[in-house]
Design a binder for this molecule. Structure first.
Ligand code: RIB
Length: 308
């Protein structure tokens, strides 16, 4: 099968700590529970896309260590082509500490990039990757590599600007679909943190170089800002029994990419991706409850959100 989605991005070993309350500065709190799992925004998005039925290849780097080998074996088992993931000698694999609040499932994340920091533009050779229809990028590998992938791509270029940072106009003009959360949108635009769907839509509209901006707003759903249509569309998120929101944005991006590669419209792909991301919050860890396409479609259909 030819590749539908190529992901250029990070692979991390996640350590998740569940806490009843966030520690303040200088404070120590005890975790109520903990979990070791596989993560990394790039790898999470690749697995979400594969779980949704996509044919997915990944470009990235792991360290020459046992966790790196385990991460690759897991990706293979999930159906992701890892033939373009290189092993970085002398560097540990990337890792992340994820702290999740037991009161609501919100999180914060600290990443130690390890081998992800060594992903360089020459890792993209040969390019394009087997005629992929979608190239999916995030910001946990060096920005030069992200920029190089964006410049080379003639596929649909989807960028999830996470972790948040300001982006050059030169990079943004290559992006077809930008998928930030509210905080990332504020960082990309230099604007204030949007606290409502209306504020997010307005701020997204300031990115006039990007044809489509999809702002993920957690339980409030998402807002799609289309330059061509000159208007915004709000899609509500289904209510589910959330235990951990880690990786929900990654699930959204992966499912959106596969659906887009298969010819769905932006709104169709978004509706399915919202349902998938909601379902993904029902399990622990970044990949705890990634749904199949059928499960996501069933939930979206129940809400009358899908198909259009
Ligand atoms: O988006 C969640 C991911 O962010 C985690 O899996 C962690 O590894 C960091 O990359």
């Amino acid at each position: 099968m030819s590749v539908e989605v190529v992901v250029v991005g990070s692979l991390n070993a996640d350590r998740t700590l569940y806490v009843h309350e966030w520690p303040g500065p200088g404070e120590t709190v005890m975790a109520a529970d903990s979990l070791a799992g596989f993560g990394g925004k790039g790898a999470n998005q690749a697995v979400a896309a594969a779980k949704a039925g996509g044919s997915v290849a990944m470009i990235g780097r792991v360290g020459d260590d046992s966790i790196g080998r385990e991460m690759l074996a897991d990706l293979r088992q999930q159906g992701v082509d890892v033939s373009r993931v290189r092993t970085q000698a002398g560097s540990p694999s990337g890792s992340a500490t994820v702290v999740v609040s037991l009161a609501g499932g919100d999180n914060f994340i600290i990443v130690d990039p390890g081998a992800n920091a060594a992903v360089e533009p020459k890792d993209l050779d040969p390019w394009p990757v087997a005629g992929a229809a979608v190239v999916l990028l995030q910001l946990e590998v060096p920005i030069e590599t992200v920029a190089s992938a964006a410049q080379r791509s003639s596929a649909l270029l989807v960028l999830n600007p996470a972790p948040a940072r300001h982006l050059s106009a030169d990079l943004l003009r290559h992006v077809d679909v930008l998928i930030p959360n509210a905080r990332e949108l504020a960082a990309v635009t230099g604007g204030p943190l949007p606290s409502s769907i209306e504020e997010a839509a307005s701020l997204a509209g300031s990115l006039t170089d990007v044809p489509v901006v999809i702002v993920t707003m957690g339980a409030a759903g998402v807002v799609i800002r289309s330059r061509e249509r000159g208007r915004s569309t709000h899609i509500v998120a289904p209510r589910v029994a959330t235990v951990d929101t880690t990786g929900a944005g990654d699930c959204f991006c992966g499912v959106f990419a596969v659906e887009s590669a298969r010819g769905a419209t932006v709104e169709e792909a978004t509706r399915l991706a919202v349902a998938a991301a909601s379902l993904s919050t029902m399990g622990h860890g970044a990949r705890g409850a990634l749904p199949t396409r059928d499960a996501a479609a069933k939930l979206a259909m129940q809400l009358g959100q899908f198909p259009l």
